[in-house]
Design a protein around this ligand. Structure first.
Ligand code: URA
Length: 207
């Protein structure tokens, strides 16, 4: 891990923990992991129960889903950097249960500085976003000159953008969890993933 990222995470852990009221009850922020020297970054939505418990992104069932997605793209988890738009688990409580929910705008904003810094430190050439939250959070974090229309319209289409002192290609795809609720999205998600090696070759990667 790059030392600057480690420092960022230490400071941000404390700041995010101070925002407990905004975020409800959660264990601890979950930050990115993987190869911080990679030029490929994947951004998910937010940690779920397993991630909050283990303090790692995409573990358990979500980790298995992610690995299957990466296999279609001919990528390996350890070759890229993986993070989330929101760094803590957004939860919904009833008297008898605790479950995940979509992050609120306030929660996305509270984590956006960390995402911005992660991207600034890594300077990726290729950024894959999973779902709506990740796409809007990356657009916000990079102040990219791009209008968010709909994920349906934008998914599977690479867009060259500029952020701070680097250029990158944004590649939005559906979130794997949304595909579980809406099976009709599966072919489009799979097609977007299978096209990744060809897109990367077009960007000069040897894959
Ligand atoms: N786990 C994560 O870390 N992120 C997601 O978006 C989903 C599951």
């Amino acid at each position: 891990m790059k030392a600057e990222l480690q420092n960022l995470y230490e400071t941000e852990r404390n700041r995010l923990l101070e925002l407990k009221d905004l975020m409800g009850d959660y264990s601890s922020p979950v930050f990115g992991e993987g190869d911080a020297f990679s030029t490929i970054v994947l951004v998910g939505e937010a940690p779920g129960a397993n991630e909050a418990e283990q303090g790692r992104v995409f573990v358990g069932k979500a980790g298995e889903q992610l690995n299957a997605m990466l296999a279609l793209a001919n990528l390996k988890r350890e070759e890229i950097f993986i993070t989330n738009a929101v760094k803590f688990r957004p939860i919904k409580r009833t008297k008898t249960s605790v479950s995940n929910r979509t992050p609120t705008i306030a929660e996305i904003n509270a984590s956006n500085y960390v995402l911005q810094k992660e991207l600034e430190l890594i300077k990726p050439h290729f950024v894959i976003t999973l779902g709506n939250t990740a796409l809007s959070a990356v657009i916000k974090a990079t102040k990219a000159n791009i209008k968010f229309t709909t994920l349906k319209e934008m998914q599977g289409k690479p867009r060259k953008l500029r952020a701070f002192d680097f250029r990158f290609t944004l590649y939005p795809v559906y979130h794997p969890a949304s595909v579980i609720y809406n099976r009709e999205l599966q072919p489009a998600l799979d097609e977007s993933l299978v096209r990744i090696p060809e897109i990367l070759r077009g960007l000069g990667y040897r894959v």
